[in-house]
Design a protein around this ligand. Structure first.
Ligand code: ARG
Ligand code: ASP
Length: 719
């Protein structure tokens, strides 16, 4: 694998004079990469990046709100992340009178910063290898089931011991698919306040149209601040809390970066699968993703049709559209990327070489039949994967069914159910009702329902069809007839009826509720899943995981044989990682070349007051026309907005700092180019690029656009 990539990479570098490097490295082990990083241009040491003995950059990087990355940029705990990462909080604080999503928000003093109940920022304090302790008692003879039990028990014990001696959060994570375990100590900050956000037509400029796409012009940032108790400790929200004094904050560079410059990204990548056998990648990319892409494409077409007709529907379905569309677009990129790269063939070649290598020595007996066994196991797994995919991409996309699911508990109430419990169920159902109807457009749901049910019927074999599908086929003239009846008879299409029902609810009404056709349909498909699909999916999934652990161990040995001086990196698992690569454009296809940065000119070119994603405010246009960029202009005189580089990133890296050779902040990572989204399965340095918003554009918006220059005063700016 590595060899293939390296040779490809040499070819690629001849063309683009660019060295994009694969790998998401554990900061604690970065020593192994130091020489390479410095050869690529880094001016600092890895001790500057990660140290437990003195302050280092790791003290300024956090897991933001459980899903993104954020970085500290002042000695008063000021934090930057993406707009799409802070989005929920911007929305949370928005009202019709104070619509921060539309107009942006800027606290003009610390008193105006807004608390965010339930938010978190997690900072790694230290980590240690606990593999031996976790695997204590596991021998060559231990069965997989026993092993799982031993590992679970050991982890519990080690964690409890560590927690007893520490104020920090302790987690133990598996790396290299169960071949290594690390214990991580975290400080968990819970008082994090919202400080600022640009209007959505800057922070989300290009919207879903431009999502995953280069060239990009999104000012994807928002600003928060960490607060701690007066004695400096992480604490729950309190008025008495004070801004956090970090051990380190990132200096910000106004110098920009040129093609070929060294960069690195420090953050929390969520999940990758770089070490799968060919059969698994093929299943994912050529069997599962095409189904999801096809079905989501059809649903999105229906959304679009109604969204274009009615501005209210446009807003109502914006978030649903973004959710479905993010995966839809990404997977299209994965499929195309893997095909263009001949990814399956390359994986197959590796599998063959691996098996040949296993044949060379008797000690490698455990690896001999792995590839064949994987093929058998994945073949057995496939119908279950399909069943799960069809269920989730068809029936569970019918909104009225998943809404009805909120009433399942009430439908099971009896006269013996305590009133307290009933009241709680009613309260939950009421909350779900108001959320649901705010963004519900029934004609969309009816059209989606008819389409997805037909697809479900057409594409799932008899053994994997919930009874509902057979009923539709046997008892109705066609799917439409069933859907018409469903929507005519269910109570769940009317907010008024649902609320009335809840207000008057008594246990004697539970039976009637259980007969509602939408709830019945939901129960039917879910019961089928639970009884016929779930257990087997878990069982096969565990078998695959056990086999993957052995395959991973084999690949590590194989790699050590072929390439002794470079380590293998572990798949992403939501732990802190460093990845590095150089700034540079790429050639997405024949005759097309992409430059490595975009400018404000591009925003003006895309501007279209009639297209929601491309609206530009007068204020931004004025600044553009006056070329009033101050010290944030590039040396070429223009305002740079975004740039791409060859850093190996994935979901969760959003908001990560992208740093230059001196460790100064150049921008915030927020996306990848969709030609390269296959990087979660196979990394191809010629087309895989991460997209970042230029820090100078961020500061320009904060300072010149929003007039919040007092925030800039807190930062350490390197001109
Ligand atoms: N594609 C990016 C990611 O996976 C950004 C998503 C948010 N932006 C958007 N336009 N939907 O998270
Ligand atoms: N947009 C992703 C995120 O939100 C980053 C990526 O997948 O490249 O984490």
């Amino acid at each position: 694998m590595k060899k293939i990539i390296l040779s490809f990479f040499i070819v690629a570098s001849l063309f683009f004079n660019l060295r994009a490097d694969e790998g998401m490295w554990i900061p604690m082990l970065l020593q192994n990469n130091e020489q390479e990083m410095q050869e690529m241009g880094m001016n600092i040491t890895v001790e500057d990046i990660y140290s437990i003995n003195h302050s280092s950059m790791k003290d300024a990087v956090v897991l933001f709100d459980g899903g993104c990355t954020g970085e500290i940029v002042s000695d008063q705990g000021l934090l930057l992340t993406n707009h799409h990462c802070g989005f929920d909080w911007i929305q949370y604080h928005s009202t019709v009178e104070h619509d921060y999503l539309t107009h942006g928000f800027w606290a003009m003093s610390k008193e105006e910063e807004l608390p965010c109940p339930g938010i978190s920022a997690v900072m790694l304090k230290s980590m240690e290898d606990v593999t031996e302790r976790v695997l204590e008692g596991v021998t060559k003879e231990t069965s997989n089931d026993e092993r799982a039990e031993i590992v679970t028990a050991n982890i519990k014990r080690i964690k409890e011991e560590a927690e007893a001696n520490s104020d920090y959060q302790v987690i133990i994570k598996s790396f290299y698919h169960g071949n290594k375990y690390y214990m991580i100590y975290n400080e968990v900050f819970k008082d994090v306040r919202m400080v600022g956000a640009p209007p959505s037509n800057i922070g989300k400029f290009g919207g879903d149209t431009d999502n995953w796409v280069w060239p990009r012009h999104t000012g994807d940032f928002s600003v928060f601040r960490i607060y701690v108790s007066p004695d400096g400790k992480a604490a729950d929200y309190s008025e008495d809390n004070v801004p956090y004094t970090p051990n380190y904050h990132f200096p910000i560079s106004l110098k920009g970066a040129d093609e070929g410059d060294f960069t690195f990204v420090f953050g929390y990548p969520a999940r990758t699968n770089e070490y799968l056998p060919a059969v698994a990648v093929n299943q994912e990319a050529n069997i599962i993703y095409p189904i999801s892409v096809d079905l989501r494409g059809k649903i999105l077409d229906i959304y679009n049709k109604y969204q274009e007709k009615d501005p209210k529907v446009r807003i109502q379905y914006a978030s649903k559209h973004a959710g479905l569309g993010n995966g839809w677009k990404k997977w299209m990129g994965v499929i195309e990327g893997i095909n263009n790269f001949k990814g399956i063939q390359k994986k197959k070649n590796f599998d063959r070489k691996f098996t040949e290598w296993a044949l060379e020595s008797r000690q490698r007996g455990a690896y001999l039949n792995l590839i064949k066994d994987f093929e058998k196991l994945y073949a057995e797994y496939e119908p279950y994967r399909l069943a799960t995919t069809y269920l989730s991409e068809t029936a569970l996309q019918i909104e009225i069914l998943t809404f009805a699911a909120n009433f399942k508990g009430l439908s099971q109430v009896t006269k013996d159910t305590p009133q307290e419990e009933i009241d709680e169920l009613i309260a939950e159902a009421k909350a779900a009702t108001s959320v649901f109807f705010k963004d519900y457009h029934q004609p969309i749901d009816e059209e989606v329902a008819a389409m997805v049910l037909q697809e479900y019927i057409n594409n799932q074999p008899q053994d994997f069809r919930p009874e509902l599908l057979n009923t539709i086929v046997e008892k109705y003239d066609n799917v439409q007839a069933y859907v018409d009846e469903l929507f005519a008879k269910t109570m769940f299409t009317s907010q008024e009826n649902v609320n009335k029902f809840l207000d008057e609810f008594k246990p004697s009404k539970a039976k009637k509720l259980a007969k509602d056709p939408a709830l019945m349909a939901y129960n039917n498909v879910m019961d089928f899943y639970i009884n016929n699909v779930r257990a087997k999916t878990i069982e096969l999934g565990n078998q695959i995981a056990d086999m993957q652990r052995v395959f991973m161990r084999g690949q590590m040995e194989y790699h050590a044989d072929q390439n002794p001086d470079k380590m293998m990196y572990p798949d992403a698992n939501f732990t802190l990682r460093v990845t590095y690569g150089k700034i540079g454009g790429f050639k997405p296809k024949d005759a097309v070349t992409y430059k490595h940065f975009t400018t404000l000119d591009g925003i003006m070119q895309k501007e279209n007051p009639d297209i929601y994603d491309y609206v530009v405010t007068d204020r931004l246009r004025e600044l553009y026309e006056a070329k009033d960029y101050g010290r944030y202009a590039d040396k070429d005189g223009s305002m740079h907005v975004a740039f791409i580089a060859g850093n190996h990133t994935t979901g969760g890296n959003s908001g990560s700092p992208i740093l230059n050779a001196d460790g100064h902040l150049l921008g915030l990572n927020f996306d990848r180019t969709w030609e390269g989204t296959m990087s979660d399965l196979i990394y191809d340095p010629s087309i895989c690029r991460n997209i970042s918003v230029d820090i100078r554009y961020v500061l320009f918006i904060i300072d010149k656009y929003a007039g919040a220059s007092y925030l800039i005063d807190e930062m350490t700016i390197i001109e």
